[in-house]
Design a protein around this ligand. Structure first.
Ligand code: HEC
Ligand code: HEC
Length: 192
């Protein structure tokens, strides 16, 4: 007879404890405004080159290493400038060329560069101006890599074709789509 009430007491205690804990958890969730978790992610086909967070290809191999301070500019550059053609490395053109291109997005080789607001312009400028060099005074400003002395200086071994465009780079640089200008086609590897 004596154990019957104590079992009841135990149930009552457990019940109270459960009520207390669940309402506490509910209260906490409300207080922290926990966001609802997203549902299962649909299966998507991933592209060959997985972009790392922020749109910079994981296997990018820029000419000069890009310190983290310039990563936002590099990211903005890739986002804004790699839509119609490959993104050229800033090193191949003089500072003045990048300046002219960024100043006139509405007169860009017969087209208009979209999404180039003031912030994006400044971010890109921060990056391209750091990785390009100025021309000597009174020198014509090249708008094509083909006409740039810096581009030629980066190609000491190459007899560059006269009809070079942004589309020709891939012939010798197979991974330009990933901003890799250091990997060369096999024909260039054995030559010194
Ligand atoms: C709406 C499409 C479009 C976008 C976006 C775009 N460009 Fe271009 N760009 C062109 C076209 C078209 C050409 C001319 C290509 C040709 O003549 O072969 C060109 C050519 C160039 C060239 C000369 C390439 C060479 O042959 O040496 C440079 C440099 C260049 N763009 C830089 C940029 C930069 C920097 C941005 C971003 C701020 C950008 N482009 C965004 C369309 C675009
Ligand atoms: C005919 C082949 C060929 C073409 C076309 C070509 N390149 Fe190159 N590029 C090379 C070779 C080879 C090197 C290595 C330097 C050398 O041996 O002269 C090189 C080196 C470079 C480098 C220096 C890489 C580093 O970090 O050492 C850059 C940047 C570059 N090329 C950019 C370009 C761009 C941009 C284009 C297109 C506008 C282009 N190249 C077109 C063959 C080519």
């Amino acid at each position: 007879m004596s154990f019957f009430p104590s079992r009841w007491q135990r149930y009552l205690l457990l019940g109270l404890l459960w009520l207390c804990c669940s309402s506490l958890g509910w209260g906490l969730a409300l207080a922290l405004e926990l966001p609802s978790l997203p549902g299962p992610v649909a299966q998507v086909t991933l592209p060959e080159a997985l972009p790392s967070p922020g749109g910079i290809p994981a296997n990018a191999r820029p000419v000069d290493p890009i310190p983290s301070r310039y990563q936002p500019g590099f990211e903005a550059y890739l986002e804004t400038c790699a839509g119609c053609h490959i993104a050229l490395p800033p090193e191949v053109l003089p500072l003045e060329s990048w300046q002219q291109i960024l100043r006139r997005p509405d007169k860009h080789f017969g087209t208009t560069i979209p999404n180039l607001n003031r912030l994006t312009q400044l971010l890109i400028w921060d990056y391209v101006s750091t990785f390009s060099r100025p021309l000597p005074p009174n020198t014509p400003v090249p708008l094509y890599a083909e006409k740039s002395r810096f581009f030629k200086a980066l190609h000491p071994r190459v007899d560059l074709p006269s009809d070079m465009t942004v589309k020709s780079c891939v012939a010798c640089h197979p991974n330009v789509a990933q901003f890799d200008f250091r990997t060369l086609t096999p024909e260039w590897l054995d030559k010194e």
